[in-house]
Design a binder for this molecule. Structure first.
Ligand code: AGP
Length: 623
């Protein structure tokens, strides 16, 4: 959570910072701020709300400074107020800090600082960092050598202050005493440093600095960087001391188009439409001579065949991809598979042995709970396989093997294309395991792989005509609650459909396996209550129809996702959204797409921001 950007160079930095922050808003957007060196002092401007609000405010200021840092916040400690917005300052206002992460011992540090006379203005954990650095600069006992501080002294002061912190951080610090220098450091939160012709830059994500540089270095845990107009240096920090280290810049040739809407009205719609491409890219090169190939798994077939249990760990939408995968892995490979939200798994002492394969699924690759679960599983001796969308992300780095979902950058907070990338990747994993263990023949694998590939064109068919989806959405948009039901793969899709609706339209939604209706949720149903059913062609289709008749008898407004050619469903459902015929195992890839569009249409009718829903952030880097 939270996005950081900083730049020091020859030209005024205000617009560079605002443009960078705008690209980082997916990390949080409840407040934003900048600190810019200006005539020997730090000019700090912060405000509640998103980056465009801050940009508007900055328009009233004449800021020509060429070195500055900026932040967009997702609140953890302290409400999303202007006072709690970053950057945070030291007592005398000569140090400014922006931070992403959580300082776990901030309460004791605050008390300690208060005892020594520091006056902390905010409720945040971050503010203690500015004050600790100030103390290190001045020396706790003796007063003031701020004015004689060199850039190297500044780096040392930051390093010493950081040695007092417990927790995670990516941070950037400037001081009016050392013009033109930014000190950046990280532990367990991402930070990229870039070398640009016009100066040096730092950001939480490369996307924020790509307009200025393509030569970057991803700072590692425990490293500190000193950025100046002429370039940057990197140090290994230990016990408060810093040792310069060699580093290599990586040249990035990303296309900036990925961060643009490409003609769509919002990123969500653009990303929904990218899904056929994601399926194709995820499958490209994954079958050779009838055998599924996932070299990244880095397990021999003997090791694959020793796996006797799979634990899938994930959060949110990624967890729902895991539910779908459980059905595929158990169905095809016959390996007992559990799916669990990472925040539960990590605190539960689960049974993990060296023959357990743990599959960690995370779009961002930096979800704190998923990472903690990975670490726990590895300590217990399990092999961990990551499925993520972000190259070099912590999940990728900390797993024994990794599949990238090929979704490319997902900007909208609601996961769509990354979800289909995850489901496709997990399907490949199920096929690989099944083939390796002799549960599927080469002929069967070839056929299934072809059908899996065909889903891309079928998703295109769904996207080509959304009129039935829009009509259903219009008739449900005023509801105050909705129930999503399905069985088998349909139950997993129902969970994802309800989450999508909740998170972008703020319409309350519940999801249940359809067979559970009579055990409680059916009491919700009265005249006009929306029931969204996944009633596609499957072995339990008749059971779902029976459940829908029960809902119909109680006045429910039924929206059914059904398979083309199903006429029977028309007599039960007020709205039928047809999807092309597909094998039940792969039906989530198709059935989830109309539910994404349904949620988006309702959100727009309710006047919601579909790319930046309230209270959420794209990367959940705190537990
Ligand atoms: C998805 O629409 C949500 N925004 C959210 O549930 C997300 O899937 C979850 O936070 C997990 O994120 P990850 O995949 O990056 O780990």
């Amino acid at each position: 959570m939270c996005g950081i950007v900083g730049f020091t160079g020859k030209q005024p930095v205000k617009d560079v910072l605002i443009e960078g922050l705008a690209k980082l808003e997916y990390r949080g957007y409840d407040s934003a701020g900048v600190a810019i060196e200006q005539s020997g002092a730090l000019e700090v401007i912060r405000r509640r709300g998103n980056v465009s609000g801050l940009a508007h405010t900055l328009g009233h200021f004449d800021l020509e400074g060429t070195c500055g840092i900026a932040h967009t916040r997702w609140a953890t400690h302290g409400r999303p107020t202007e006072t709690n917005a970053h950057p945070h300052l030291s007592c005398d206002g000569r140090i400014a800090v922006v931070h992403n992460g959580i300082i776990e011992n901030f309460v004791e540090l605050r008390e300690e600082l208060a005892r020594r006379g520091h006056d902390l203005a905010s409720d945040t954990d971050t503010e203690v960092i500015a004050h600790l650095i100030e103390e290190e600069v001045k020396g706790i006992e003796k007063e003031g050598d701020f004015d004689s501080m060199s850039p190297d002294d500044f780096v040392r002061a930051v390093s010493r202050a950081l040695s007092r912190l417990v927790g995670s951080y990516a941070l950037a610090v400037i001081s009016s005493a050392v013009p033109g220098v930014i000190v950046a450091a990280r532990k367990d939160s991402p930070l990229i440093i870039g070398s640009a012709p016009a100066g040096s830059c730092v950001a939480s994500d490369i996307i924020a600095i790509l307009d200025h540089t393509r030569d970057v270095f991803a700072l590692e845990d425990g490293q500190i960087a000193k950025l100046a107009e002429s370039g940057f240096e990197v140090y290994a920090a230990g016990d408060g001391e810093c040792v310069p280290i060699e580093f290599e810049l990586v040249h990035v040739d990303w296309n900036m188009d990925i961060a643009e809407k490409g003609g769509y009205s919002d990123f969500l719609l653009k990303e929904i439409h990218e899904q056929p491409r994601v399926i194709r890219d995820t499958l490209a090169g994954r079958i050779v001579n009838g055998s599924i190939v996932i070299d990244e798994l880095d397990l021999t077939s003997e090791e694959l065949n020793l796996i006797d249990r799979i634990n899938i760990i994930a959060c949110g939408t990624s967890y729902h991809a895991g539910l779908i995968a459980k059905n595929l892995i158990e169905g095809y490979a016959r390996i007992p598979t559990e799916v669990e939200v990472a925040s539960e798994f990590r605190y539960r002492n689960p049974i993990i042995t060296p023959t357990t394969l743990v599959v960690a699924v995370s779009q961002s690759g930096e979800t704190a709970d998923t990472l903690a679960a990975i670490r726990d599983a590895r300590v217990k001796g399990a092999k961990v396989f990551g499925i993520t969308n972000v190259l070099g992300s912590p999940v990728a780095r900390e797993s024994d093997g990794v599949i990238y979902t090929k979704a490319n950058k997902e900007i909208s907070v609601a996961s769509t294309k990354s979800f289909l990338g995850q489901v496709t990747s997990l399907t490949l994993l199920a096929l690989l395991l099944a083939q390796s263990r002799g549960e599927l023949t080469t002929g069967q694998v070839k056929m299934l792989f072809r059908e899996l590939g065909d889903t891309a064109a079928k998703v295109e068919e769904i996207l080509a005509d959304t009129s039935a989806i829009d009509q259903a959405a219009a008739s449900c948009a005023d509801a105050s609650s909705a129930l999503f039901i399905g069985r088998g793969q349909g139950a997993a899709v129902a969970h994802e459909g309800a989450l999508k609706l909740k998170e972008i339209s703020y319409l309350h939604a519940e999801s249940y396996p359809a067979g559970e209706m009579k055990h409680g949720p059916i009491a919700l149903i009265n005249e006009g209550f929306p029931v969204i059913a996944i009633a596609t062609d499957s072995p339990t289709y008749d059971k779902v129809v029976s459940n829908l008749k029960e809902a119909q008898a109680r006045g429910a407004k039924i929206v059914a996702i059904a398979t083309e050619g199903d006429e029977q469903i028309r007599s039960i459902a007020e709205h039928v959204i047809y999807i092309p015929k597909v094998r039940d195992a792969f039906s989530p890839i198709l059935a989830s797409v109309p539910l994404q569009l349904f949620a988006r249409a309702i959100a727009l009718l309710r006047g919601c921001d579909v790319d930046q829903p309230r209270n959420l952030a794209k990367s959940v880097t705190v537990e």
